[in-house]
Design a protein around this ligand. Structure first.
Ligand code: OXT
Ligand code: ADP
Ligand code: MG
Length: 599
């Protein structure tokens, strides 16, 4: 059926509604259609298109104009996880995308719901996670003339600069194409967030069911392998062979790629020490003898050849230059990335290796034969010595049992619980709570750590936790600063409603960074300070989950072990010494005053 026929059909349908049921037969006669021809509509086409592409879950928040879509999708067998705020539905979709290599779907209402989801969409794009934000929208004709429609907003124009791609579907017969384009855009090349605008009128548009079915597209090979060029592989291998102090940096792109066995083989066969970026922890177990995580500053400053695998030279790696990299920096870089324009973004890349990580790593492995010389012993020994020293220091700190629980004594418990449950997914946000958890809690398996990512964004906690529980079915442990938790705390109701195996530990130090700031003028409390001794555990109790206060490591251990064993939604209010944190955790130097002093 052509586009003009749909609108003719639509007009006729409107006429029909006006004339009443008795006119139905005449309508079909007039349009040369038989009454027996089965019809479909926009609702069903959206659902069928998603199902055809193996989308089994939607993270949503219902309302006009998508309420019926959520009901119908659920009735059609798609799991509908309904949130309390769109940002968290969006974060869940993003995390689902990262964990499964299928675009996570977030579904929102128009203008305000769309905007609430947009932060998550942009964050997903920033982090290279595939997701699709589908929003209902108001009538185009009214929006474009700015005549004040219900929730009026030109959503497509707003989304466009903030995500990887944005599309709008105006006709039922184009739904299949719209969804196919969204899926392919989210997954191919560098993954990212895609916006799909579905105006309210689209859902009730009808078309002949058989033609509707034919209009749907099953996306074949949405993330095609990108094989690196042979000369690029040779260039990288030659550089690695000549290195005296080589280092591999694994980023979250490497975790996303699901090339776990080959990545491990490359590290082990090459014998090169490696440094995992935060969300790449566990790609190889953090206890691996080649891990240089415990001597990060040293290896970054001293390495002469660094091979980046799915990690960008952004702020988290000090842009590949400056003090972190030794002065003057003589480091040479090999970079494996699917995005060719990532090369030379901050410093020259001596050996760019453009392709998908699976293909690049397996090509490199092909060049590492029995004649491969492991890195010089002095380099490995120097790393080993520093690592041992730092780990011994860490062990001593963890063994302390201060009168008031602090980050270390609490995280020593978390570390042991994660060690005993390596399949659990750890979600982590905060400042001190984030930074201490990253270095203290070892990860043992790939894609088991989800955190604030490239933006250092607060608010991912509950959305990521829900997606982790839904997509993996494994226990989830969310280690949350008390400020961080506040951004998505209302989703504890969602967690209870779906009875998800999530154990939230709120590191309660009465505020942002710490709870001791004072307003010099008196009156209001300082901007970083919260209500003292807040009872976060009662939030979980309010919805039927388990809420516990932990004042000591023993209490924390008991509560966490019970939570993981029972799988019941649990919130542990872990009371942390309010003096223990530092301003902005490990990134104090980025605060303008500290940065100015440094200059
Ligand atoms: O080698 P060196 O000597 O350097 O030592 C390193 C390792 O070698 C060593 N290490 C080990 N030693 C021994 N054993 C082991 N196993 C081991 N492992 C490592 O330890 C050190 C440190 O290692 P690390 O961490 O790997 O290295 P380093 O140098 O820290 O790495 C640098 C970075 C930059 C890669 C790293 O620091 C990093 O990834 N940082 C991310 C930081 C980040 O993103 N922070 C979040 C943002 S902060 C701020 O913006 C906040 N806000 C504002 C806000 C935000 N963000 N978002 C929104 C929407 N609105 C507002 C807010 C509101 S944080 C925040 C809330 C904070 O309050 P909370 O109550 O939530 O939290 P608390 O602070 O707990 O109160
Ligand atoms: P981290 O924060 O862990 O350092 P980044 O998010 O900075 O990681 O970098 C991830 C990189 O991985 C991005 O540049 C992205 O293009 C790349 N990437 C993602 N998936 C793949 C893949 N399958 N193959 C190759 N590169 C990928
Ligand atoms: Mg705090």
């Amino acid at each position: 059926m052509g586009r003009s026929q749909v609108s003719t059909g639509q007009n006729c349908m409107a006429l029909l509604i006006h004339l009443g049921q008795s006119q139905t037969k005449r309508y079909f006669h007039m349009t040369n259609e038989t009454p027996e021809q089965e019809q479909t509509d926009g609702f069903n086409l959206v659902i069928d298109a998603l199902k055809l592409n193996d989308i089994d879950t939607i993270y949503a928040l219902p309302g006009i104009p998508i309420t019926d879509l959520t009901r119908k999708a659920q009735a059609a067998g798609i799991r509908m996880i309904s949130f309390r705020h769109e940002q968290h539905a969006g974060n869940a979709a993003a995390a689902a995308g990262f964990l499964t290599q299928k675009p996570g779907i977030c579904l929102t209402v128009s203008a305000p719901g769309f905007l609430n989801g947009l932060t998550a969409l942009t964050n997903a794009t920033t982090n290279c996670f595939p997701m699709i934000l589908i929003s209902g929208s108001s009538e185009r004709e009214i929006v474009d003339l700015q005549q004040g429609d219900y929730e009026e907003m030109d959503q497509l124009a707003i989304a466009k600069p903030l995500c990887k791609a944005a599309f709008r579907v105006l006709h039922a017969e184009d739904i299949g194409v719209g969804i196919a384009r969204a899926i392919r855009s989210a997954l191919s090349g560098r993954p990212g967030g895609v916006y799909l605008d579905l105006p309210a009128k689209l859902f009730s548009q009808t078309m002949e069911a058989e033609a509707g079915k034919r209009s749907l597209i099953k996306v074949i090979d949405p993330a095609p392998r990108q094989i690196p060029a042979a000369d690029a592989v040779k260039r990288a291998l030659d550089l690695l062979k000549g290195a005296k102090r080589p280092l591999i940096v694994l980023g979250k792109g490497a975790a996303y790629a699901q090339a776990d066995a080959d990545i491990r083989a490359l590290v082990e066969k090459s014998g090169i020490p490696y440094l995992p970026m935060s969300m790449a922890k566990g790609l190889l177990p953090d206890t691996h003898e080649q891990s240089a995580a415990a001597t990060r500053s040293y290896v970054l400053a001293e390495a002469d050849v660094v091979m980046l695998v799915g990690a960008r030279l952004n702020w988290l790696l000090s842009h590949g230059k400056g003090k972190t990299w030794g002065t003057p920096s003589s480091t040479k870089f090999i970079q494996i990335d699917i995005s060719p324009t990532e090369m030379d973004s901050n410093v020259p890349i001596s050996a760019p290796l453009v392709g998908d990580i699976g293909s690049c790593v397996s090509a490199l492995l092909g060049g590492i034969g029995s004649d491969w010389a492991k890195p010089p012993a002095e380099w490995l020994q120097a790393i080993g010595e520093r690592k041992d020293k730092n780990m011994a220091k860490m062990a001593a700190t963890l063994a302390l049992n201060p009168a008031i629980m602090n980050f270390h004594s609490a995280l020593n418990v978390v570390r042991n619980v994660v060690k005993a449950n390596p399949e659990a997914v750890v979600v982590n946000e905060g400042a001190n709570t984030l930074d201490f958890t990253r270095s203290i809690v070892d990860m043992y398996l790939p894609r088991k750590r989800l955190d604030v990512g490239t933006w250092g964004i607060m608010g991912i906690g509950m959305g990521f936790a829900v997606a982790a529980a839904v997509t993996t079915g494994k226990p989830v442990i969310a280690i949350e600063g008390d400020s961080a938790f506040g951004f998505s705390g209302m989703e504890v109701e969602t967690i209870c409603r779906y009875n998800l195996p999530i154990c939230i530990v709120v590191f309660n130090n009465n505020g942002i960074y710490k709870g001791t700031d004072v307003n010099p003028l008196g009156g209001d409390v300082a901007p970083t300070v919260f209500v003292k001794n807040a009872r976060y555990e009662m939030m979980m109790q309010a919805f039927g989950g388990v809420g516990v206060v932990a004042n000591t490591p023993a209490e924390l251990a008991k509560a966490m072990e019970e939570a993981v064993a029972s799988g019941r939604p649990t919130l542990i209010n872990a009371i942390i010494d309010e003096t223990a944190g530092t301003e902005s955790g490990r990134i104090t130097s980025l605060n303008p005053q500290s940065a100015a002093k440094k200059k």
